[in-house]
Design a binder for this molecule. Structure first.
Ligand code: KG4
Ligand code: ZN
Length: 348
């Protein structure tokens, strides 16, 4: 392995995950081992993540997941150079489990602990799996966030736009819940949309054409509810085709907003960085959406940027993104030791 070797732990929401990454020059060889244990089934009956259940699940499973990970890698904790964990933002119970476990391993093995911001983990994942140089323009869309950022280095982010109400993933989740598609909503809405007519319902495009690069999705959610209610009023139930048409219309509306906001952000980014060919990166759970990836690829082509996205499995929460962000920070600051850092549920 090319050192440093960094162990990363992610427990901020409903995935218990850990991974080991190395600094190999070949991106394809950097991910040494990686395990994700989803809690989706534990929360399914509640239609969303229940913080207390999430924290208990992390406590019950993290030790064994780590043991299995080390076995996959054929390594012991002594072989690792640093231990990273998500310290925020996220659900505090889960964060405490991951942070305390990571600190304990770091102290026992005499290695530094590195605090990682979950969003920075998403932001840097494309540098784990490919060659993406700074500066790049980042569209970060997860269950809790929806931002466009000018990324000029590790820890160096200028926010060009954010949501003024719901996050993109949250809009997908709420739409799915409304239509009886279960949790998490994104993949279910995307699948249903494949069979739908995106132009049947006239759904709003909040903020479209307005200056700036901010988002708003709550009006869209209300319109989705009205469309569903109108369908139910007609047939007594929500027909499969109605549901598909609403999903397709919703996804197209999100795509239209995204494209419009992104064009403004690119203009802003180019004012600072000029006319070069820069990377346009999408990250976070919603980046797994193929229809939205296609829309973003088109904007990249139209504006002379180069589109990059993490592989599907590394879009939603995972340990590799945390290990990698830890590794990047460790290389930038070899004396780093964040053992005094506590979990931060909110961390912009
Ligand atoms: O990054 P992530 O795993 O967790 C957070 O940091 O929030 O993102 C989860 C979000 C959920 O809202 C989920 O519905 C959404 O990502 N998501 C998707 C897709 N896969 C996951 N949204 C749209 N299309 C998808 N295929
Ligand atoms: Zn995430």
């Amino acid at each position: 392995f090319t050192r440093p070797l960094v162990l990363g732990i992610e427990t901020s929401c409903d995935e218990t995950a850990a991974a080991i990454v190395s600094a190999d020059a070949d991106p394809a060889k950097r991910l040494v081992a990686h395990r994700v244990l989803s809690q989706i089934e534990d929360h399914a009956d509640y239609g969303g993540v229940v913080p207390e259940i999430a924290a208990r699940h992390h406590i019950s499973h993290l030790d064994r997941l780590l043991a299995a990970l080390m076995e996959d890698a054929g390594l012991s904790f002594d072989d690792i150079d640093a231990v990273a964990a998500t310290t925020g933002p996220g659900l505090v119970g889960g964060l405490m489990v991951g942070v305390m476990t990571a600190k304990a391993i770091a102290m026992a093995a005499g290695k530094p602990f590195i605090s990682v911001n979950h969003l920075e983990g998403h932001a840097l994942t494309v540098r784990l799996t490919g060659e993406v140089e700074f500066p790049f323009l980042l569209v970060l869309m997860s269950g809790g966030h929806c931002q466009i950022l000018d990324v000029t280095g590790i820890g160096q982010y200028r926010r060009l736009g954010t949501t003024i109400d719901d996050a993109a993933g949250e809009a997908f989740d709420k739409t799915a819940k409304l239509l009886g598609l279960g949790y998490p909503g994104g993949p279910a809405v995307e699948a249903a949309a494949l069979e739908g007519d995106a132009d049947r319902f006239d759904l709003p495009r909040p903020l479209l054409g307005k200056p700036g690069a901010d988002f708003s999705f709550s009006g869209l959610k209300t319109a989705v509810r009205r469309a569903a209610e109108a369908c139910v009023a007609k047939h007594g139930i929500l027909l499969k085709q109605d549901r598909a048409d609403i999903c397709a219309g919703f996804q197209k509306a999100i795509g239209d907003c995204l494209v419009d906001r992104l064009r403004h952000a690119i203009a802003d980014f180019r004012e600072v960085h000029g006319d070069g060919t820069f990377p346009l990166v999408v990250a976070g759970g919603v980046a797994a959406n193929k229809a939205l990836r296609t829309r973003l690829t088109a904007v990249a082509e139209e504006t002379g940027m180069v589109f990059h996205a993490p592989p599907m499995a590394l879009c939603t929460d995972n340990g590799a993104m945390i290990a990698w962000a830890g590794l990047e920070r460790f290389i930038a600051e070899p004396d780093i030791d964040d053992r005094d850092v506590s979990p931060r549920p909110r961390w912009p």
